[in-house]
Ligand binder design. Structure first.
Ligand SMILES: Cc1ncc(COP(=O)(O)O)c(C=O)c1O
Length: 334
């Protein structure tokens, strides 16, 4: 019998890719902001795959690689309310693979948000007790669990935090092209939220590939929402060039292609700021966009905070990377 993964498998520029997302996602015209800048929103919150988000694009390539490797199990890791873990669980459900999630924190009495969904998708959740941003501890646990699964006779494909490997980044090389093909007018900038760096690496790699082909290639601006990325980890240019090499695509990312605006993180990952709370309400009231408190509200706060960089008549795109389930675990309103 053909497995679900095999029936979804195809090849994109030499890289195995499994169809999981509903693509292309819409590019939506938003309001005019600042002094006359036209905002557009690339709706990657609408990728499908268990409530959508940027990880669907990465998982298409990660699961393609897993299929080629003959895997039967997915393992990954994240914060307690990780969108990446929830979407990996959704991919596992779709492909008929067992999925194991290594999560920060303790198992709560009642599951909610991404954890509730991951449970519905049938994933095994391993709560580590680690703090929400103790990435080193979480990664060590992921590797240990992967080894235990191998010892048990399974064939795990183990995915680092955020799916931000060169393979995962291929999803956003393709996305950059998809977005530019949708634009009638060349945007001045593409702004998005960055945490584990894979989305950023893919976008700058996609830009370098288009630049090499002589096509329109507006700059990308990452809004950093985790301490690692704000401190230059991972090396986005290196990851991007590795992704280009992996797919055999021409073009090169230079360090000055990588721009990370570090001013919107606030105290820490997942800690709201006045600007992020205001941006979430602004997005909800100006475009009916659901912006989550951990990622996209800080990203939108960054875009709005940069508006003076652009001139009247300019067009700017915000990539809405998802995160909807987090909205239902915010307890900051009565
Ligand atoms: C909703 C959302 N936006 C943005 C990001 C950041 O993407 P990346 O980890 O590729 O930097 C994530 C990552 O978990 C996310 O869940």
């Amino acid at each position: 019998m053909t497995s679900s993964a095999d029936s979804r498998l195809h090849v994109w520029n030499g890289a195995p890719r499994v169809r999981l997302a509903t693509l292309p996602t819409p590019l939506e015209r938003g309001p005019v902001i600042g002094d006359g800048v036209q905002l557009w929103v690339k709706r990657d919150d609408l990728t499908g795959l268990g409530m959508g988000g940027n990880k669907a694009r990465k998982l298409e390539f990660l699961c393609g690689d897993a299929t080629s490797a003959g895997a039967d199990t997915l393992v990954t890791v994240g914060a307690g309310q990780s969108n990446h873990c929830r979407m990996t669980a959704a991919a596992g459900a779709l492909l008929g693979w067992e999925t194991h999630l290594v999560l920060a924190g303790e198992r709560p009495e009642h599951l909610e948000g991404n954890q509730l969904l991951s449970d519905m998708f049938g994933a095994h959740m391993h709560f580590t007790g680690a703090g929400p941003a103790e990435w080193g501890v979480l990664e060590t646990e992921r590797l240990a669990l992967t080894e235990r699964l191998v010892d048990d006779g399974r064939r795990p494909y183990s995915i680092p935090i955020g799916g931000s490997t060169a393979v995962g980044a291929l999803g956003y090389i393709a996305a950059y092209d998809e977005l530019l093909e949708q634009c009638d007018v060349e945007p001045r900038a593409i702004v998005f939220t960055s945490s584990s760096g894979g989305t950023h690496a893919g976008l700058v790699a996609g830009r370098a590939w288009r630049r090499h082909r002589g096509l329109s290639c507006p700059p990308v601006i990452a809004i950093g929402v985790a301490k690692g990325v704000v401190n230059g980890l991972p090396d986005v240019a290196e990851l991007a060039n590795e992704a280009l090499r992996r797919a055999g695509l021409p073009g090169r990312v230079e360090s000055n292609d990588v721009e990370i605006d570090t001013r919107w993180l606030g105290d820490d990952y997942a800690v709201p700021t006045d600007a992020s709370i205001a941006a979430a309400d602004w997005g909800a009231r100006h475009g009916a966009w659901v912006l989550d408190g951990v990622y996209t509200a800080k990203g939108m706060a960054g875009l709005l905070g940069n508006v003076e960089r652009w001139s009247p008549g300019d067009h700017v795109v915000f990539v809405h990377t998802g995160g909807h389930p987090e909205v239902f675990v915010r307890h900051d309103r009565s």
